[in-house]
Design a protein around this ligand. Structure first.
Ligand code: NAD
Ligand code: IPM
Ligand code: MN
Length: 356
């Protein structure tokens, strides 16, 4: 089959890790008889520099006319002026919204060989296998923003809004995934303080009682969740949570897996089309040095093959090749331990591609 993939490399290490993921996709194509046509488009800081906007219309059009989107990362110090009118991150938020990708799946799995790459004690990490389902197109990220000046000085506000329909669709999706996994859903909120969280909790509790009574369901306040993720991470199966809490908790959860460079994600909407990206950012501190771990992006292509293209065998081949590369000790510096040499981004990507 022929598939068209829109690649949005973005900024910093984005182009470095996306190049390796594309290398792996072509290896999958060669092995299984598919053709992946890659169309590159601009997003983020590079798009601002070249077009004046973080999300050019041509990029939206390319993403609407393809089978799936593969994204690197956006942002960096060059565009970080807090008074700037255009920001790279607007491109990322804009494309998620434009494509209706309301569900961001962030699986956290550990390769047994990486148990000692995490700062946590290995015995805490045995059996960790969790999935964070992050709401992606609502909440405080998308509510009205204001920055004003009055007689007392400056003030600013970010409005957090959730509608019943937004909460219902993400809870149903997360519960459906829990049913296919270990049958346990945890709602994470701040219902002791936030009205939006109280709406989430009442809707989720009703849906779980009426439609998913076969599942184990509980809720947890987000501050406690941040602690429990370190204390007893293997107790979680599926976590469903709002946009900002999901963002923060998954950076924390990445350290269970040893590095930000290990966690992939899939952003899905109502159709097959999806956007796939590592959870990490543009890592300005290591950009351009060949040090970035490409595995999060490569594992994101496995999710792309699985969810948008329905190619389960190919997805597993990518995941197996990643495991084989870890077993061979071909790893970047962020997860290298003991005597292991820190390999380059390109070396790791090539090693995965050659094992497909
Ligand atoms: P970051 O995720 O870019 O980096 C955090 C730390 O993790 C850094 O020390 C970095 O070197 C390390 N790291 C990240 N990815 C790695 C990889 N693949 N291999 C090895 N180490 C890796 O977060 P930050 O520094 O807070 O943000 C930098 C910029 O990225 C900001 O402009 C931010 O807005 C943007 N950002 C973008 C995305 C995205 O595009 N999806 C996500 C997060 C942050
Ligand atoms: C992520 C990032 C983005 C987010 C930023 C860059 C807008 O942190 O994808 O995790 O907060 O969603
Ligand atoms: Mn983030």
């Amino acid at each position: 089959m022929d598939y068209t993939i829109t690649a949005l490399p973005g900024d910093g290490i984005g182009p470095e890790v996306v190049a390796e993921a594309i290398k792996v996709l072509h290896a999958v194509g060669a092995r299984y008889g598919h053709t992946f046509t890659i169309r590159e488009a601009l997003i983020g800081g590079i798009a601002i520099d070249q077009t004046g906007t973080a999300l050019p219309e041509a990029t939206v059009a390319a993403c609407q006319d393809c089978d799936a989107v593969l994204l690197g990362a956006v942002g960096g110090p060059k565009w970080d002026d807090p008074n700037a009118k255009v920001r790279p991150e607007q491109g990322l938020l804009g494309i998620r919204k434009a494509l209706g990708l309301y569900a961001n799946l962030r699986p956290v799995t550990l390769h047994p060989l990486l148990l000692d790459a995490s700062p946590l004690r290995p015995e805490r990490l045995v059996d960790v296998d969790l999935l964070v389902v992050r709401e992606l197109t609502g909440g405080i990220y998308f509510g009205e923003k204001r920055r004003e000046q009055d007689a007392q000085g400056e003030w600013a506000s970010d409005l957090c809004v959730y509608t019943q329909a937004e909460v219902e669709r993400i809870v149903r999706l997360a519960a459906g995934l829990a049913r296919q996994r270990h049958g346990h859903l945890t709602l994470v909120d701040k219902a002791n303080v936030l009205e939006t969280s109280r709406l989430w909790r009442s809707i989720a509790t009703r849906i779980m009682r009426e439609e998913f009574s076969d599942l184990q369901y509980d809720w947890m306040l987000v501050d406690a969740c941040a602690m429990h993720l370190l204390r007893r991470p293997s107790d979680f199966d599926v976590i469903v949570t709002e946009n900002m809490f999901g963002d923060i908790l998954t950076d924390e959860a990445s350290m269970l897996a040893g590095s930000m460079g290990m966690l992939p994600s899939a952003s899905l909407g109502s159709g097959k089309m999806g956007l796939y990206e590592p959870i990490h950012g543009s890592a300005p501190d290591i950009a351009g040095q060949g040090k970035a771990n490409p595995l999060a992006t490569i594992l994101s292509t496995a999710l792309l093959l699985r969810y948008s293209l329905g190619l389960e065998q190919e997805a597993r081949a990518v995941e197996a090749a990643v495991s084989a590369v870890l077993e061979a000790g071909i790893v970047t510096g962020d997860i290298a331990r003991g005597e292991q040499r820190a390999h380059s981004t390109v070396e790791v990507g090539s090693a995965v591609a050659s094992r497909i």
